[in-house]
Write a protein that binds this ligand. Sequence first.
Ligand code: SF4
Ligand code: SF3
Length: 543
Amino acid sequence: MFCYQCQETAGCKGCTQMGVCGKNPEVAAMQDLLVYVTKGLSAVTTRLRAEGKKVSQDVNHMATLNLFITITNANFDEEAIIKRIFATLEKKRELLKEVSDTSSLHEAAFWDSNDRSEFAHKAAVVGVLATENEDVRSLRELVIYGLKGLSAYSKHANALLQDNEDVDAFLQRALAYTLDDSLTVDELVALVLETGKFGVDGMALLDKANTTAYGNPEITKVNIGVGTRPGILISGHDLRDMEMLLKQTEGTGVDVYTHSEMLPANYYPAFKKYSHFVGNYGNAWWKQKEEFESFNGPILMTTNCIVPPKDSYKDRIYTTGSAGFPGCKHIAGDIGQEKDFSEIIEHAKRCAPPTEIETGEIIGGFAHNQVFALADKVVDAVKSGAIKKFIVMGGCDGRAKSRNYYTDFAKALPKDTVILTAGCAKFKYNKLPLGDIGGIPRVLDAGQCNDSYSLAVIALKLKEIFGLDDINDLPIVYNIAWYEQKAVIVLLALLYLGVKNIHLGPTLPAFLSPNVAKVLVENFGIAGIGTVEDDLKLFFGDD
Ligand code: SF4
Ligand code: SF3
């Protein structure tokens, strides 16, 4: 196996024996093959579109879900992935018959097999290392990882019956381009930026889907303690699953708690009305082993990030959507269907209530609409000098000890600064007593990683209010933490919006070759992180 798509990749180079995430070589191989057959499907759909033919929504949804399944920590279930490969080959076979001119289509468009014993052999020659030139490989993978992030966000919007055919057509076109040996390095760099453009569109689509369905997030104090009844813990990013779970648990005597990236569900008006929605339990994804143990009740994983579960609580883990783990029950349900969570609810009734691990409240809900409502206050604080700078510290959290940098950095920030955040990175500092500036909390949490879109919208609004020509003239600096591929699409989206000098940590991606890293440094001022002390000097000078 060879995988280097996430920040925790072995030795900062690549996982070759076993994933640090727990992905084994067999699953890695089937993920590689699923990406490959999705490239083939995309080559076919891209040709069909070029011939003026329509590609159905089902096919779009298939391409996005396939990519989503291969995101870090989403799906460890080899059998489930093999099923997707078969389904994709079947669909590709069907669509290929509709293509009038199949000349010059890549081999991936034609590769087919009914025999799963051939899969491992094929997977071995179509993975990341199939591209020999390290710069071309780096750019292709940068695009693919961006597309994986985009596919996740599209899928969530699709679940709320929102689609954007342009985003889907781009996703498939770009994926097909990663097969094309005739593209120059410059063309691939352009494709990276175009991926960022569609990243913005994809996040905008999801923002519209979420806010249309559930209202605009609003300032909320979220309870982090526990109640006395049994509970279900829901994690991941899928708000439609959250909605179905809340509805189905109503009146059953079972409470609902969020974990990690589901925390922002607490900020939505549509979910607040449920009195059995108690609050958030625990922290970011990587603390699962302790926190799932002490939760005592069943856990529903709607997306990444799954940590391979301990036997002591494995029978309490359920997956749905893109998520999967062998031996854990998967709850099916297509877009537009009501999923049946009754088994999880019955399971919860047999469990003890959660063991309390924390008490108190955290505050969040500062997505664009809420921040705009506070715009006068924020602008006055900036004008009076009460707020000197905003620091965007969104992104992912992870296991690496080096990530304590973000806690230390947040603590050491000057008191006249405000952190803007989104994603599970926030758990490194959202429980610190950082106080407020004239009633504005010093940590403004916009929501999930996809709500980084809100941070961009807020920046663009401030640029307009202050009458600036360049987004980089705002008193905003970017110190972003990444782990998996959704952070890649957020980064590409920010680059597309013209944001410069983003600091990315705790380490730069292993998939950036030295030459590609140089392009990013020279054109966009991308940099890693240093020590807290040095970085504070860099961001704030000596004052
Ligand atoms: Fe390694 Fe990350 Fe790939 Fe898992 S997702 S195999 S940890 S690079
Ligand atoms: Fe976290 Fe996995 Fe990326 Fe959505 S839950 S931010 S790491």
